[in-house]
Each structure stands twice: as structure tokens, then as C-alpha cells.
Design a protein around this ligand. Structure first.
Ligand code: KG4
Ligand code: ZN
Length: 321
């Protein structure tokens, strides 16, 4: 079961941290109970508890962490911490039974969400190297900020995706920041400023003009993401790209990534949209993988001492060029 807080944050045009943790407290027990019921399980059937340790909003992470500690202690089972982005990178495996292809190691992983835009070289579950990242806003943040400027509410990605389908991506040329420089790093704050200035000069677009602005903006993001991910794969002679995170739901981002990668014989594996956006299944899958490794190495898990990590790079940062 996935519980969404969009209604809590919509009127503010973005996530309000304090409201997010309060909404977590109110929902977490109900969501856990409903999930067990949906799965036809009871608490004693649980052998381990997976939990997101970070990165993210500390208040929200703490709610999940303390709840998970309580459950693990009460059931006397291991508590397995997971990295949020390791979860996004593990998501494609959850859909292989539904006809989705399974990624092959080594692959280039592009995690593109509301909080992150990072490219990784993944050689195995615990062997991940950062190749590039956004130097300012995440791509999802750009979608959300542009949607706010266009009066489309929060989250902005799905609304822009829908409106762009009827727009002409060439009607308004939106710059492609750092397309041919910055190596494998990204920058999205300039695109948001460009759209904000366009709105300041011409007013908030309506009708066909709104569709065109959405299509132009989306095309810019899609081109930059596809070009850099394909560049990363070609440089490393890797023939598989995993596209994941909320922005990987975007129709044009998926299309353009597949088209640009296909030119070089590179496969793109993207989970179905329901597994691209945040979900607990991907955290369970990442934790399962981590637990298996720890088991092999004879390691245990820290339980009560586990603390939330608001900032926690998945891999050491790639040098800034
Ligand atoms: O991965 P996610 O659920 O949460 C984070 O970890 O951040 O990603 C949420 C982000 C939001 O910025 C949202 O606007 C964006 O994913 N998003 C989309 C689409 N669906 C969700 N962006 C573009 N097109 C979409 N269809
Ligand atoms: Zn996420």
C-alpha cells in the first residue's frame, strides 16, 4: 500500500517538512496494518524489518525509523537499514515478473527524482560509483518549480507530462544547461529561471501556449538526461541504463532515453511508473539484498542505535569538473 501526502502539501506548492513528519505519524500504523492485510500476512509472519535510514527529511525519516525499531524489537527480528537511492536502483527487479526486463550488471543508473539527479556506475549491489550529479536543483524539483510558476499545483511532474503531450516542443526553445560541458554533471535551476522569466514577460500561458511551454521545458530536461546517461554508458562501454526515480515516470524522458540509447545498442530498463516514484517495496528489496550480503559476511545489524541520516551520499562524490 502506498500512502500519498500530496493533498497536505499541494496548497504550499511543495513539501513542508514539519507537515510531512506529522502526516507520517498519523499514517504509518494504518499503512503498515493495511499492507499486512493486503498481503494476507500477520505480524508474526515477519522475519525482518526494512527501513529507510536516509537520505531525506530528518523528521520524516525518524518517524519511520522509530516505528521500525519498535516493530523489530517487539517481534525480535533484525532491523535492516536501506539507502533511499539504493531502493530506487533496485526497483526494476520488482517488476521482472510483469514482463519488464531485468537489468544486467554493470549498468549505468540514473536516479532522477524530486531530491536527486545522479548518475552511477553500478557493478554490483554494493559496488556503486558516482559519475555525475546535479550541481543545483534536482530534475523533479525543476518540474515542481516550473509547475508552480505555471499555476499547475504540486507535484508538477505529472501535470506537465500530461499537458506537454498536446504541445509543440519546438514552439519555445528552452536552453539545455550543461549539455556539452560539465562532463556528467547536471544543472536544472537555469531552466526554471528561464521559464519564470518567460512568464514574467508574457504572462502565465493558457491553452495551446501552456501546452507548448510544458513541451519545450520537458524536451530540454529529457534531452539533457538522455544525452548524459548515454554519454556515461558509452564512456564506460556499458550497454545497459537503468532509469529510475519519480521523473522516470515521464513519458518523454522514457521515450527519449530509449531512442538515444538505441542508436548505440544500449538497452534501457525502467521500472513501471508505480515503482519509479517512492514506495516501500523498493526499500524492502534493497534491504533484502543488503541483509543477504551481511549474512554472507557474518555481520549483524545495529538496532536501537540506528540514527536517521538526512545527508548520505550513496557513493563518494564524483569530482566537480
Ligand atoms: O522519487 P520520487 O517519488 O520522490 C523523491 O525521492 O523525490 O520523485 C518525486 C518527483 C516529483 O518531483 C515529481 O514531480 C516527479 O517525481 N514526477 C514526475 C512525473 N511523475 C512524478 N516528473 C515528470 N514527469 C512525471 N510524469
Ligand atoms: Zn525517491
Amino acid at each position: 500500500m502506498v500512502h500519498s501526502q500530496f493533498d497536505v502539501h499541494e496548497r504550499y506548492g511543495g513539501v513542508v517538512p514539519e507537515l510531512a513528519s506529522r502526516a507520517h505519524i498519523l499514517a504509518i500504523d494504518r499503512v503498515a496494518e493495511a499492507t499486512l492485510q493486503e498481503a494476507g500476512l500477520a505480524w508474526p509472519d515477519i522475519h525482518a524489518v526494512a527501513v529507510t535510514q536516509g537520505p531525506g527529511l530528518k523528521g520524516s525519516l525518524l518517524v519511520g525509523l522509530e516505528y521500525a525499531k519498535g516493530v523489530a524489537a517487539a517481534l525480535d527480528v533484525p532491523l535492516v537499514p536501506a539507502h533511499h537511492l539504493a531502493g530506487h536502483l533496485r526497483a526494476p527487479w520488482l517488476a521482472t515478473g510483469e514482463g519488464f526486463a531485468e537489468p544486467r550488471y554493470p549498468f549505468v543508473g540514473l536516479v532522477v527524482s524530486g531530491g536527486h539527479t545522479s548518475l552511477y556506475r553500478c557493478e554490483g549491489p554494493a559496488k556503486v560509483t558516482e559519475l555525475g550529479r546535479t550541481l543545483d536543483d534536482a530534475a523533479g524539483e525543476a518540474f515542481d518549480k516550473v509547475a508552480k510558476v505555471l499555476g499547475l499545483g504540486y507535484p508538477g511532474g505529472p501535470a506537465i507530462d500530461r499537458l506537454a503531450q498536446r504541445g509543440d516542443p519546438e514552439a519555445l526553445f528552452v536552453p539545455r544547461p550543461m549539455l556539452n560541458k560539465g562532463g556528467l554533471h547536471f544543472s536544472f535551476s537555469g531552466i526554471k529561471t528561464f521559464i519564470a522569466q518567460h512568464v514574467e514577460t508574457h504572462g502565465v500561458p493558457e491553452g495551446a501556449a501552456l501546452h507548448d511551454v510544458c513541451a519545450g521545458f520537458q524536451e530540454s530536461v529529457a534531452e539533457v538526461l538522455a544525452t548524459k546517461a548515454v554519454r556515461a554508458a558509452r564512456r564506460a562501454s556499458i550497454d545497459c541504463i537503468v532509469l529510475t526515480g519519480g521523473v522516470a515516470c515521464n513519458t518523454r524522458v522514457r521515450e527519449r532515453m530509449c531512442a538515444q540509447a538505441a542508436r548505440y545498442g544500449i538497452d534501457v530498463v525502467a521500472p513501471p511508473p508505480s515503482l519509479c516514484t517512492d514506495n516501500a517495496a523498493m526499500i524492502g528489496a534493497a534491504a533484502y539484498e543488503r541483509a543477504a550480503l551481511a549474512f554472507q559476511n557474518g555481520e549483524g545489524f545495529a538496532q536501537a542505535s540506528l540514527d536517521a541520516r538526512a545527508t548520505w551520499p550513496l557513493a563518494p562524490p564524483a569530482p566537480r569538473v
